[in-house]
Design a protein around this ligand. Structure first.
Ligand SMILES: [Zn+2]
Ligand SMILES: [Zn+2]
Length: 544
């Protein structure tokens, strides 16, 4: 089949057409990747703006800029009993398409400033739960003192980490689990007191190493005595603090020819995808934990029988849903929690049999925020289905340009970057970067030795070595670097995020051959990376 969106050929996975059938829909005519990108356009994970509450005028930090056509309010105001969105309820208009009516309702019902649950002292965060004393950290839960972190779980005192579980006192780590005092490392587990590790397990006191198991006192994969190591480590720290980039470059060079495991799936049965843990019968899944019987599933935990679904936890029978918790038999929903038998809902809690509703704290038999009896609801839904078949909307998700976010604020821009012109021609809005004039031209020189590292740097305006943007180091962050004897960052937080992103591979399976035995395998490492990719068997023989 040819994708109607990108024009590339694609095939349905076994069971994919049947899954759509089960919901009464025909399988989509666009490819799995385009469907994923569409959902990502509905997810602003990390762009925050100063804004004012539509209800009280109070200053808020929001995912929407002041110019946004949406009415944004503080979450406390949203939860207030006095705040009632049923006043926005309206009749379904059978003379117009449904998506058009939904878009109008979206502009009237006040929306949450950001998404958070039980977070303290963490105003500049989003999509976080039970995160305290954190700053510019996103999509994380159960954490404390997290700065510039994305998808960091059950962790504390981490800076610039991405996709880390059980991380403690760590800096610049990607795809790591159970780490302590580990820095600038990737794909490592149960490692501590080390720097620049790639795919290491149970290692302590190692620097610039790859593919090691249960090792201590190693540098560049060479064994040293404890005394030798300690001496060399002192030299390393001095040089690292003075010129971190030289080690980042050295590590990039060192990693080049190291064997890479084709996919990172553990404790699974019958799965295809990458970063799948403890799951079975998953096809085209990425960052999936404890899930089963699902296809095209991304960043989901404890979800089953779900299809074309992203960031959906503890859900069952969900189709084309993004960023939800506890769904049962729901389609085309975003930011919906503990909900059953509902479709096309946005920012709602505790729904049952609802259609096209926005901002409800609880609801049953509601359509476009208007209440009906059970009989009226069933009758109206049948009519709406017929209507949507005529308008061509039946079984279709919201078009990407109905997103309430600016395209380059969403995760879609990370995966499929567009230029401003391209985005606008596709019907998206665009976040204009602040004008250069707002930047200070002067550059403050970052101290190159530990002795010179002084808290006064937190008052200075720094300039990013790569983007030229100005940035600051916050006091908590400074204390972290000082205490752990790490270099101060020479890059602005945005650029640091981009550097971490570069270490992740696309969420798309590619066919290749094991570079050791020649067997046909799947991987997510693009060919142009030039890596030595090995099949699971060869990897286990070589690395363990
Ligand atoms: Zn496509
Ligand atoms: Zn092999």
């Amino acid at each position: 089949m040819k994708c109607t969106e990108c024009g590339l050929d694609f095939n349905y996975f076994v069971g994919e057409k049947e899954a759509y059938d089960r919901f009464g829909y025909t399988a989509p005519e666009n490819c799995q990747n385009c469907r994923q990108l569409r959902r990502l356009a509905f997810r602003n994970e990390k762009s925050l703006y100063h804004n004012k509450s539509y209800l009280s005028g109070k200053q808020i930090i929001a995912l929407y800029p002041k110019e946004s056509p949406f009415r944004i309010i503080d979450q406390d105001e949203w939860w207030d009993d006095k705040f009632d969105v049923s006043i926005y309820g309206r009749d379904f208009d059978f003379s117009r398409p449904f998506f058009e009516q939904f878009a109008e309702l979206q502009k009237e019902v006040p929306r949450w400033d950001r998404v958070f649950l039980k977070c303290e002292n963490s105003d500049f965060t989003n999509n976080c739960a039970e995160v305290n004393n954190s700053y510019l950290s996103f999509s994380s839960h159960s954490g404390e003192n997290l700065y510039y972190c994305v998808r960091v779980y059950r962790s504390n005192d981490c800076v610039d980490c991405m996709n880390v579980k059980n991380g403690h006192y760590s800096n610049n780590c990607v795809d790591c689990t159970d780490i302590y005092n580990l820095h600038f490392s990737q794909l490592s587990e149960n490692c501590s007191d080390s720097y620049f590790l790639l795919d290491c397990k149970a290692c302590k006191d190692c620097i610039l190493c790859a593919n090691l198991r249960n090792k201590n006192y190693m540098i560049l994969n060479q064994q040293y005595s404890k005394d030798e190591y300690e001496k060399l480590k002192e030299i390393f720290i001095k040089q690292f603090v003075s010129n971190p980039k030289s080690f980042v470059d050295k590590f990039a060079e060192f990693k080049k020819d190291k064997i890479r495991r084709c996919l990172q799936n553990n404790n699974c049965e019958n799965v295809e995808g990458n970063f799948i843990n403890g799951s079975k019968n998953i096809f085209n899944g990425f960052f999936v934990t404890s899930c089963q019987d699902s296809i095209n599933i991304y960043n989901c935990d404890e979800t089953k029988n779900s299809y074309d679904t992203s960031h959906n936890d503890q859900s069952e029978l969900s189709l084309e849903c993004d960023t939800n918790l506890g769904l049962y038999e729901c389609c085309f929903c975003t930011y919906v929690v503990n909900t059953k038998f509902s479709k096309y809902c946005d920012q709602c809690f505790y729904l049952k049999n609802c259609f096209g509703c926005i901002g409800l704290k609880r609801g049953e038999y509601m359509i476009l925020n208007k209440q009906y009896s059970e009989e009226e609801y069933e009758e109206l839904i049948t009519k709406i289905n017929e209507h949507m078949k005529r308008t061509g909307e039946y079984g279709k998700p919201f078009p990407a340009n109905l997103t309430s976010f600016l395209y380059n604020d969403t995760m879609a821009q990370d995966s499929a970057p567009l230029t401003k012109e391209e985005a606008i021609s596709k019907g998206f809005s665009w976040h204009e970067e602040e004008k250069e004039a707002n930047y200070y031209a002067k550059e403050y020189k970052i101290p190159e030795s530990e002795e010179e590292m002084d808290k006064s740097i937190c008052d200075k305006i720094l300039m990013c070595e790569v983007s030229g943007k100005n940035y600051k180091i916050i006091p908590q962050e400074f204390e972290f670097y000082k205490k752990l004897r790490l270099p101060l960052p020479r890059l602005c937080p945005d650029q640091r995020y981009k550097e971490l992103l570069k270490l992740q591979t696309p969420r798309k399976l590619l066919n290749t051959k094991c570079s050791i035995c020649g067997k046909g395998i799947q991987t997510t490492y693009p060919e142009e990376f030039g890596y030595t990719i090995s099949c699971e068997e060869c990897y286990l023989k070589t690395v363990y």
